[in-house]
Design a protein around this ligand. Structure first.
Ligand SMILES: [Fe+2]
Ligand SMILES: [Fe+2]
Length: 177
């Protein structure tokens, strides 16, 4: 996560107040042990998605509390989705329901929050979210996934270029010697 964004999120008092009950929970804290996209943990991914949902929904006078809470819990599963033996079914189709079940066992969620979590993988999963807040999370989630992946790809490309440059300099140095 970019440092500037982290500071902005950490210092937003209302946002922190909304998610406090959720992020202080031990199971939610364990999301820090599982990677979601490349270097980003499940916790960090949900934390950023929750913040974007909060900003967008608040701006458009929507139910930003439910949207923020649901976004913070939308990927609440404690397994590495890259390892097939650690779960049943195809992750992309099943984890919305599983996250909703896990979250409902820990917190008192309203019907809108449950629906937002369960259907956040739309359109991969066919059923539409019932609320506009649910649709907002589907887009925010995809945006976050893309930027988390792009960030790593850019740094890998930079490293490749840097290595090529060092290799070229060394070759020129050896030729001269
Ligand atoms: Fe997800
Ligand atoms: Fe997600």
């Amino acid at each position: 996560m970019k440092q500037q964004l982290k500071i902005q999120i950490d210092n937003n008092e209302e946002f922190q107040e909304i998610i406090k009950e959720l992020i202080t929970n031990e199971t939610v804290q364990q999301m820090k042990n599982y990677r979601q996209h490349y270097e980003t943990t499940c916790f960090e991914h949900c934390y950023i998605a929750a913040y974007y949902c909060y900003i967008i929904c608040k701006k458009y006078n929507l139910d930003y509390r439910s949207a923020t809470r649901a976004a913070m819990l939308h990927d609440l599963f404690l397994y590495d989705w890259r390892i097939k033996n650690s779960r049943k079914g195809f992750h992309a189709f099943t984890h919305g329901k599983l996250a909703c079940k896990n979250a409902s066992e820990l917190f008192d969620l309203n019907e809108k929050e449950k629906d937002i979590i369960t259907k956040h993988m739309w359109p991969v999963t066919i059923s539409f979210p019932k609320s506009i807040e649910g649709f907002i999370l589907t887009f925010v989630d995809k945006y976050c996934a893309m930027s988390e992946s792009l960030e790593v790809m850019k740094s890998r490309l930079f490293m490749k270029k840097a290595f090529r440059y060092v290799y070229l300099c060394l070759s020129l140095f050896i030729i001269k010697v």
